[in-house]
Design a protein around this ligand. Structure first.
Ligand code: ADE
Length: 226
């Protein structure tokens, strides 16, 4: 899978893909994340990428031309399944969106900055608008990193243990059950007896029940969605 991220501050994305699972996935060639500096497509001597908004009002707006030129250049090199715009007024990102994007081949992720981008980009070039939650970040870069992490760990070949991603919270609409590792007792705090029993069917049943109880207690809204 190839992901092209268009960013105003590409430096914010220097580190997130250089560690652990995502680093391994890119060195194996399973994912290929490319970050593009929007300023390279800026206009005039000062590589201008933003301007005042028509009609007045505080905050600068990212101009059409740099974004259009960057997207057109990428589209000239390959076909893209989606042009995703990161914005607080987009669809709220969740595991279903991550699953769906993980099945795509080529994605463009456009990060907003300042007040946002010219609406005409959203109307004519963006295919999906995504928010990572009801709060406003100073730009879309960190949101894009969240999106890419959640998507890439689902791409086959990224995780060592393929079944692991399927057992994540939300993957079956429930939160994950509690997990434990050695020692079996610490400070008098014991691991539930059943996990030491070696009885796989009972363990599975216990995990399902715990996942359900946890979801009911912490996120009852997830049960209502069904
Ligand atoms: N850009 C600024 N805030 C954002 C958010 N909550 N989600 C996605 N992109 C954003």
């Amino acid at each position: 899978m190839r992901i092209d991220i268009i960013a105003t501050i590409p430096e914010l994305l220097d580190s997130p893909f250089q560690h652990s699972i995502l680093k391994r996935a890119s060195s194996k060639g399973v994912i290929d994340v490319n970050v593009h500096d929007l300023r390279k497509y800026g206009l005039g001597n000062y590589n201008q990428i933003d301007d005042y908004q028509y009609g007045g009002g505080a905050g600068m707006v990212l101009r059409i031309e740099p974004i259009f030129n960057c997207i057109e250049k990428l589209k000239g090199q390959r076909a893209y399944d989606e042009v995703i715009y990161m914005t607080p007024d987009g669809h709220t990102f969740n595991q279903k969106w991550a699953n769906s994007f993980s099945l795509k081949k080529n994605l463009i992720i456009l990060c907003g900055h300042y007040k946002g981008i010219d609406q005409r980009i959203r109307d004519h070039l963006v295919t999906t608008e995504i928010s990572i939650g009801d709060y406003v970040l100073s730009g879309g870069e960190l949101a894009a990193a969240v999106l890419v992490d959640a998507i890439c760990r689902l791409v086959p070949g990224t995780m060592n243990d393929e079944s692991s991603a399927l057992e994540d919270s939300f993957q079956d609409g429930l939160l994950a059950p509690p997990i434990y590792t050695r020692p079996a007792e610490f400070n008098g705090w014991k691991v539930p007896e059943i996990l030491l029993s070696g009885h796989n069917a009972n363990i599975e049943e216990w995990r399902e029940e715990m996942a359900y109880q946890r979801t009911k207690a912490l996120r009852p809204d997830l049960l209502e969605d069904e």
